[in-house]
Design a protein around this ligand. Structure first.
Ligand SMILES: Nc1ncnc2c1ncn2[C@@H]1O[C@H](COP(=O)(O)OP(=O)(O)OP(=O)(O)O)[C@@H](O)[C@H]1O
Length: 236
């Protein structure tokens, strides 16, 4: 059984359909990519999965439970964490305090301090623990955003363009982190425009175009799919 499943999720803004019966699965221990051109509906799908937006129709299932009616905090306690495309750090707090605030919302809130320190260490952020979040360069701020999601010890981790603003070395290290999370059993859903990262790190890729899934499969196959080339890769 997939850990996370969307079942025919549709969302409209005014008369315009942003998601059209999107059904996809995310498995434990795998990195699943979600790609598509600008405006395809990727962030909207993240909003539906994380509980920030109610779908017009369709369901979201986590570990077999229908969570469609639950709010973001309840979903976080169930083990679902996300990052945002536009960084949502508390700028005036230190890096460590950003993690502590997030840890309080997750299932591991009783061990928040320990989790924060371990996560900082894992992401190579220990030296920046006392820095103010708004003083960080973009690459480091992206990592803190990821750290804030990870400190909640998620079963499912939703990452919205985590490599934007990272340099090649940071992206390489980040790829290693994603693989090690998958090896530990975490289900990772990755929205990312860096195609070489997606193709290297993902076990499976879903392609959204105009709110609908137009292709799904292993990266090699998706890369050669004519619909994908037309909808997305041809755009670059
Ligand atoms: N709050 C909103 N109100 C109205 N329309 C919206 C809103 N949010 C998103 N949309 C529209 O829904 C569609 C999907 O947008 P979404 O941001 O989910 O796409 P995306 O695939 O994440 O794009 P990008 O890669 O540029 O981040 C777009 O046409 C967008 O203009």
């Amino acid at each position: 059984m997939p850990l996370l499943r969307t079942d025919e999720v549709s969302v409209s803004f005014g008369g315009r359909r942003a998601l059209d019966k999107v059904s996809l699965s995310v498995e434990a221990g795998r990195v699943t990519g979600l790609i598509g051109p600008n405006g395809a509906g990727k962030s909207t799908l993240f909003d539906v999965v994380s509980g920030l937006r109610r779908p017009r129709t369709g369901r979201v299932l986590l570990d077999g439970h229908d969570i469609t009616g639950e709010g973001p905090a309840r979903r976080a306690r169930r083990g679902l964490s996300r990052t945002f495309q536009h960084l949502e750090l508390f700028g005036r707090l230190t890096v460590r305090d950003n993690l502590l605030v997030a840890a309080e919302l997750g299932p591991g809130r009783r061990r928040a301090a320990r989790s924060a320190d371990r996560t900082l260490d894992r992401l190579g952020l220990t030296d920046l623990a006392d820095a103010s979040a708004d003083a960080l360069p973009t690459g480091a701020a992206r990592l803190v955003e990821v750290a804030r999601a990870l400190v909640q010890e998620p079963k499912v981790l939703l990452l919205d363009e985590p490599a934007a603003g990272q340099d090649a070395e940071e992206t390489g290290r980040f790829a290693g982190l994603l693989r090690s999370l998958a090896a530990e059993g975490t289900a990772v859903l990755l929205v990312e425009h860096d195609m070489s990262l997606v193709m290297t790190v993902c076990d499976e890729v879903h392609v959204l175009d105009l709110g609908a899934v137009v292709a799904s499969g292993p990266p090699d196959r998706v890369r050669r799919d004519a619909t994908v080339l037309a909808a997305y890769l041809g755009e670059e």
